[in-house]
Design a protein. Structure first.
Length: 212
């Protein structure tokens, strides 16, 4: 199974599947690319590996951080994997670079929603360079997340955590395998959302009688 998995990774099967699913969702429901949210999520990595680092929230045990980006509805658009000991800010640029897969569909104006961990001059200079507006929670100011547009990424993080043990404790050591499995999980999540959301607006032969 591992040999076949590695063959599929080399052939780009998982990355291709993720791209097809996202393009399908955009064609049927439409991605909200005008409002982008980015946030980090830390998970355990008991076996270490190429991208593991000491977790600041788990007594220095090895962990992995997912720098995840979603659209305005919480649909996952891309993710950068790094060590749990790395700060979120340096990975904002490579995370936003994942928007390149939607180059033809990007709106003229994009607003990026971030938490207080990104509240810095460096972040604002980066977003200005990329031509993006921003909504960043100020450091030291408590704002309920349901009063912001950032709640969608927290919900998306929970979709990964509740649906896949892989994002609770990652035992894979190779970055290429982690990224492939992450692409597969993203494809499954987006398909589920597509079926659920399209149930109220679309019709097809095998449409379930009840909303899934």
């Amino acid at each position: 199974m591992r040999t076949r998995r590695n063959e599929w990774i080399a052939a780009g099967v998982f990355a291709g599947l993720e791209q097809i699913v996202l393009e399908t969702y955009d064609r049927v429901m439409g991605l909200d690319l005008a409002d982008i949210t980015v946030d980090g999520q830390i998970t355990k990595a008991p076996c270490g590996g190429e991208v593991a680092g000491k977790s600041p929230i788990d007594r220095g045990k090895l962990g992995i951080k997912w720098s995840r980006m979603t659209d305005g509805r919480g649909i996952p658009l891309g993710c950068v994997v790094t060590g749990a000991n790395r700060h979120d800010s340096p990975f904002l640029r490579p995370t936003l670079a994942k928007l390149g897969r939607f180059e033809l569909a990007l709106p003229d104006q994009i607003t990026v929603h971030l938490d207080a961990g990104y509240d810095s001059t460096v972040t604002r200079k980066l977003l200005t360079e990329l031509g993006c507006e921003w909504r960043i929670q100020p450091k030291g100011v408590v704002i309920p997340i349901n009063h912001t547009r950032r709640w969608v990424v927290e919900r998306t993080n929970s979709w990964y955590s509740r649906g896949f043990n892989f994002t609770l404790s990652c035992t894979e050591r190779r970055a290429v395998v982690i990224n492939a499995l992450l692409a597969l999980m993203t494809a499954i999540i987006v398909i589920r959302r597509l079926i659920r959301e399209a149930w109220t607006s679309q019709r097809w032969d095998t449409r379930p009688a009840r909303r899934p």
